[in-house]
Ligand binder design. Structure first.
Ligand SMILES: Nc1nc2c(ncn2[C@@H]2O[C@H](COP(=O)(O)OP(=O)(O)OP(=O)(O)O)[C@@H](O)[C@H]2O)c(=O)[nH]1
Ligand SMILES: [Zn+2]
Length: 436
């Protein structure tokens, strides 16, 4: 989960969990499975960098091609071949199946490949089958994905079906654009904070786009009080150092600076769009590629029949040399299981303050630098409340407001009990392992 350098928490439970994890890993490698996730999944994760390079060169000479996953369906994936700069060319599309036997990374992970993954694939004349088991009717060249490269970043959540598994939704994102609308639907700051935590955890740069600012000047919709609170919130995020872009996507001529800023920011990057339905993501994409909608409509034959774009993530090439992934999967999610040290690291404004106890959760502990900073208004109480909500594992779903303290406490108690039970179980497993 957390890959934060120089941040090691010391307490007995965490040390025990680490030992358990080590034993589990050893067991996996004993069973002949490769456990190192982050080098390259194939052909041998224990090779040195130069050996890997040589192996890849060898694969190229054998006809393997390099591409980027731009859409994943149940059985097949769409791959855009990469150009010499390593960027995907969505005009050069391939329809591929996935040779699952080559993917050892998949332990505790729901998908073998995800949108944004860089892969090696092999042209193949074999037929693909669609989700209903019918042979796929397509004019696209076909292939088989054989290997995938290490991911530089990922957006993931707990797999709702198996909570100890990871559901990676996007890989190799250069920038996360968190999109919210000021009104209709009203901005949910708690959801923005959760996206920010994910981006901080993965060290992916972010931009917060607040769309539909035109509605703020409509007195019937936005009271003076609402506008004041909104402005204060924007200041909070700007003071932390986040790039907050206020936008009216429908009337770009009224805010040319914002549009220009976004176009410049997106250039040459793979941008993951996060934000729930109706906030204006498509309208913003249209600013980056005004003819985008038409192009999709006019060339329906490049994809096979029965394709449903709305249910899958897919990567779009914009005319400013950028790529956008609209991400239905991350419009609402449940992030949890962060320990306080990792989580508070994801709130950059907390970093300068020190607490008496190294493992301080900034909750009930005495002499807490964070709580002190909140009382002195050096940290905003709103962000602090968000921190507590995320720490206590509260989810934020579409349509819900920010959680109240009462639900937080009830939820916390239930979670603490569950966590204690899990730890006791893990510890007894560990003891058995150490004895045997
Ligand atoms: N007033 C106002 N309305 C906007 C603005 N941008 C988009 N809208 C409207 O908001 C609605 C939703 O816009 P979309 O661009 O479809 O939003 P989306 O986030 O792509 O929504 P999904 O496709 O459901 O994910 C549309 O009716 C747009 O016309 C804006 O800047 N101001
Ligand atoms: Zn503290």
């Amino acid at each position: 989960m957390a890959r934060i350098k120089n941040f090691v928490a010391h307490d007995d439970k965490r040390d025990n969990l680490k030992k358990i994890e080590k034993i589990k890993k050893e067991k996996r490698s004993v069973r002949g499975r490769v456990v190192d996730d982050w080098i390259i999944d194939a052909p041998n994760a224990h090779q040195s960098k130069s050996e890997i390079q040589a192996t890849i060169e060898d694969l190229y000479t054998k006809g393997m091609r390099r591409g980027r996953v731009i859409e994943v369906q149940k059985r097949n994936v769409f791959i855009a071949e990469e150009n010499e700069k390593g960027m995907p060319e969505t005009e050069n599309l391939w329809l591929c199946s996935v040779a699952k036997r080559h993917f050892q990374r998949a332990h505790r992970e729901r998908n073998f490949v995800v949108v944004g993954d860089r892969v090696l694939f092999e042209p193949s004349a074999e037929l693909q089958f669609d989700d209903e088991g019918q042979p796929v009717d397509t004019d696209l060249p076909r292939g088989v994905v054989q290997h995938s490269f290490a991911r530089t970043s990922k957006i993931s959540r707990k797999d709702p079906m198996r909570p100890d598994w990871e559901h990676v939704m996007l890989a190799n994102i250069d920038l996360v654009a968190i999109v919210a609308s000021v009104l209709h639907p009203e901005v949910r700051w708690g959801l923005i904070d959760r996206f920010l935590v994910q981006a901080e955890m993965e060290k992916i740069p972010v931009v917060i786009i607040l769309n539909k600012v035109d509605l703020l000047s409509n007195e019937k919709l936005a009271s003076k009080e609402f506008v004041e609170i909104y402005k204060r919130r924007v200041e909070i995020y700007r003071n932390i150092g986040y790039d907050v872009v206020e936008l009216c996507a429908l009337k770009p001529k009224k805010n040319p600076e914002s549009v220009k800023h976004l176009r410049k920011l997106f250039k040459g990057k793979l941008v993951g769009f996060a934000g729930h339905s109706g906030v204006g993501k498509s309208s913003i994409l249209n600013l980056m590629k005004p003819e985008f909608e038409q192009i999709v409509d006019e060339n329906p034959d490049i994809f096979y029949k029965g394709r449903h774009t709305t249910t899958y993530n897919s990567l779009l090439q914009l005319d400013i040399g950028a790529y956008a992934i609209d991400t239905p999967g991350i419009r609402s999610f449940h992030i949890s299981n962060y320990d306080p040290i990792s989580l508070s690291y994801c709130f950059p404004e907390f970093r300068p303050f020190k607490c008496k106890y190294r493992e301080c959760a900034h909750d009930h502990e005495p002499q807490c630098g964070i709580k002190q900073a909140v009382s002195e208004e050096k940290i905003s109480p709103e962000r602090y409340r968000s921190y507590l909500g995320i720490l206590k594992g509260l989810s934020f779903r579409e349509g819900e407001g920010d959680s109240t303290d009462a639900t937080m406490i009830a939820d916390l108690k239930a979670r603490e009990q569950k966590r204690d039970e899990e730890l006791a179980k893990e510890e007894s497993l560990l003891n058995q392992d150490l004895k045997s």
